[in-house]
Structures are given as C-alpha cells and as structure tokens.
Unconditional design. Structure first.
Length: 411
C-alpha cells in the first residue's frame, strides 16, 4: 500500500516524516506490555502494581456530595473560562491556613488550571522562544521540558543525587547555560525521590533566580503529603513571589485525580500571562468541580488522613525491602519510595540498569515498579495499591516480601 501524503506533513516536534516509524518504546508502554505478558504467563499469581502514581482512594464523600449539588445548578452550566471567584478565594484562604502564605490576591495572583499537567504544559509558551532554555531536575516529570523543546528551547538537567539529599546543585550550571535559561523548574516534595526541600534551599533558589533573571516554577503537586514537619510552600520564603509561581493540584492531596483541577499562584505578571495563554487553549474546568473543590479546601483534614495512610504503607514497605536486602528508607513525603536497584542476583542474573531489574520484577515476581536510570539505577515503588483496610495493606506488603525473599541480591 502506498504511503499516505499525510506522512510528509507531521510536525518536526513529534518526528516529522518519520513519525510512527520508529521502534523505540516509551518507558511506561514497555512496562505495560511486560505487565500484560506476565499476567498471561502466570495467571494464578496476582499482579502487585506499585508503578501507578495515582491515589487509590475515592474523593471525600463531602466533596462528592458538593459536586452533585453544584452540578445541578443552572448557573454552573456554561464555560468557566478562567474560573469563578469563589475558587480563587478558597485557594487564597487555603494557602494561608495550610502553608502560611498570607496575602495572595485572588484576582491577580491565583488562576485555576485543568490539572497541574496542563499548567506545566502551558507555562513554557509564556516564556520560551527558539534558542532559550529551561533548567529542570532529573529524574523528574518531563512535561514542561517536552513543551519547551517544542517551542525551540533547550533543556538543561540537574541530577538529583542521594549524597545531596536529592537537592540539585544550582552552582553546577555554566555561565553559558544561565545566559540562555529563562525558567528553573523545581518539584518538592519530589517525584520520584520523595525528598523535601528545606527553607534554606528555597531561600538559595530565590537569590539564585534574582541573580540570573530566572522565572521559578515550583511544582507542588505533593506539597501537602508530608509526614513529619508542616507542609512548606516556596511562596512562604521572603522574595519568592517576586521571582516565580507555585503550581498546586487537587489530585494528590484530595484524591481528585480524574477531576482535573489545579492552580497557579504567585507572581502576578506570570499568573496573568498564564491566564491569557490559557484562554487560547481551553475554556476552563467545569464550574461545579471548582465549587466542589471549595468544600475540599475548607477541610484540609482530608489530606491529613490520606497522608497518614501513605506514611503507614511506606513505613511497612521500607522495612520489608530492607529485610530482603534493599537499602530502602521511608521518604519524608509523597507516596513514592525511591531506592537503588540491585546489580544482580547472587550466583545468577545481572542487571545493567534499573530498567533491566524492573523487567525482571514484572516477569518473574509480578511486581510492577517504575525504573529511573537518569541519576543512577533506581526504582520507584508507589504505595497507591488497592487495599481497603490496614489488614489488607499488611497482606500486600507481606506478599511483596515473600516474592522478593527467595533470592539474594547484590548492590
């Protein structure tokens, strides 16, 4: 069959005329294929999915009831555009109550987004022209960097290493890189490492951004899922609002992943640019969802209960992994446990990369994780597995220990 002329029309950003012809498989697609094959090969062994970075719980019943009530209102039927004032005002109160960020102007310093992914996708369009650059930590969520490249920008990565508590070394950037860079993207608490930032680090970021004329975008999707200290917002640091914005999400804190609602807050000019650009991408999230979210933001105790569940699961998982040879530590936040992958099995198979070991776990143990080889061979375990009770949680973790303990690993 002759090749369609459409093959010649694809944009260079997705591969141009070679789009769809490559054999390279995206990491998560490779995991999915291996998972499906393993389930077929061993149908009697239940899959333990520790790879999904998505809350396992339902949204709070009060939030669901609020949505049902708001969805029935005639006033909420139409386009939301940049959103109802009630949601922005609820965000301002929440930021003050939970993070101690006082004085955010709901009109000029807060705007909703249809999920944090959209916010991170849209923000590069506000700043990046061909030849510009963004600075990102690695490993990490790649969406902002992908869009920056689509606009002709370049991405400079800063590795997150265990010896530096998974904080980036900002001073490792060269003068040439800093001359081109416009955006510094951070993500704390961090995906995938579970590391948290300190006030001292954020203060260093503010000074660094002022010195090098950088817009700081702090992805705070996991900000409230902390286990010891109080949640920390970048915007609580003196001078932070003068250099950037923070992106918050309803997904992780309130089990509202599929509801697709987030917000950008901070520097008024950045928020304005985001809102103006957003007008050309979408017509806003359903107003009933935003109004229901107001109920959630009035009840931060919902998040405390969720964080307690993840803390309990991570403690059990870290202990079990240590018993099977891993040097696993419970993280300070998020629902991810990030630990070094073994180099091999004593007297048996070798693993050149974390991806090799991930494939082994899926194929042989029916345990699904996510590999990261960006800054050393590491695995990310997510404790968002399905378990309705504490007893069921213990059973899942015990089964992980059982499946891992039949061999000895080399690290």
């Amino acid at each position: 069959m002759a090749e369609s002329y459409i093959q010649e029309l694809f944009a260079a950003r997705i591969g141009g005329r070679n789009y769809g012809k490559g054999n390279e498989i995206y990491k998560f697609e490779k995991i999915r294929r291996a998972r499906d094959a393993a389930v077929q090969a061993k149908p009697d062994l239940p899959l333990i999915d520790m790879g999904v970075g998505e809350p396992d719980g339902m949204a709070d019943a009060g939030v669901v009831n609020a949505l049902a009530e708001q969805a029935s209102m005639h006033t909420n039927r139409g386009y939301a555009d940049n959103g109802p004032a009630e949601f922005r005002e609820a965000v301002a109160r929440y930021m003050a109550r939970v993070y101690g960020v006082d004085g955010l102007d709901p009109t000029t310093e807060i705007n909703h987004a249809v999920g944090a992914k959209n916010a991170l996708s849209f923000l590069p369009a506000c700043f990046i022209d061909p030849g510009d650059a963004v600075i990102m930590t690695t490993p990490g969520y790649p969406v902002l960097g992908t869009h920056a490249r689509w606009y002709g920008g370049e991405v400079y990565t800063l590795p997150l290493c265990e010896e530096n508590h998974f904080l980036p070394d900002l001073r490792s950037l060269t003068d040439a890189q800093l001359a081109r860079a416009k955006i510094l993207l951070l993500n704390y608490p961090n995906n995938p490492t579970g590391a948290v930032a300190t006030r001292e680090f954020f203060a260093e970021v503010v000074e660094f951004a002022q010195q090098h004329a950088l817009v700081v975008i702090q992805d705070a999707a996991y900000a409230s899922l902390v286990f010891e200290d109080k949640p920390l917002s970048f915007l609580s640091i003196p001078g932070a609002k003068e250099v950037g914005v923070e992106v918050h999400s309803m997904s992780k804190a309130f089990n509202m992943t599929g509801w697709r609602l987030a917000w950008v807050c901070g520097h008024s000019l950045v928020v304005r640019a985001f809102a103006d650009l957003k007008d050309n991408f979408d017509s806003g999230q359903f107003k009933a969802i935003q109004m229901a979210a107001c109920y959630a933001l009035q009840h931060p105790e919902i998040t405390l209960e969720t964080a307690a569940k993840y803390s309990r699961r991570l403690e059990m998982l870290a202990q079990t992994l240590r018993e099977t040879g891993f040097q696993a530590k419970k993280p300070a936040a998020s629902f991810f446990l990030y630990t070094r992958a073994p180099r091999g099995i004593v007297g048996g198979q070798r693993f050149a990369t974390a991806e090799d070991f991930c494939q082994y776990l899926i194929r042989e143990k029916l345990i699904c994780t996510v590999p990261w080889d960006d800054a050393g061979p590491y695995l990310r375990f997510s404790v968002t597995f399905q378990a309705a009770t504490v007893e069921e949680e213990k059973q899942v973790i015990a089964e992980i220990g059982k499946r891992l303990s039949d061999v000895r690993y080399e690290f």
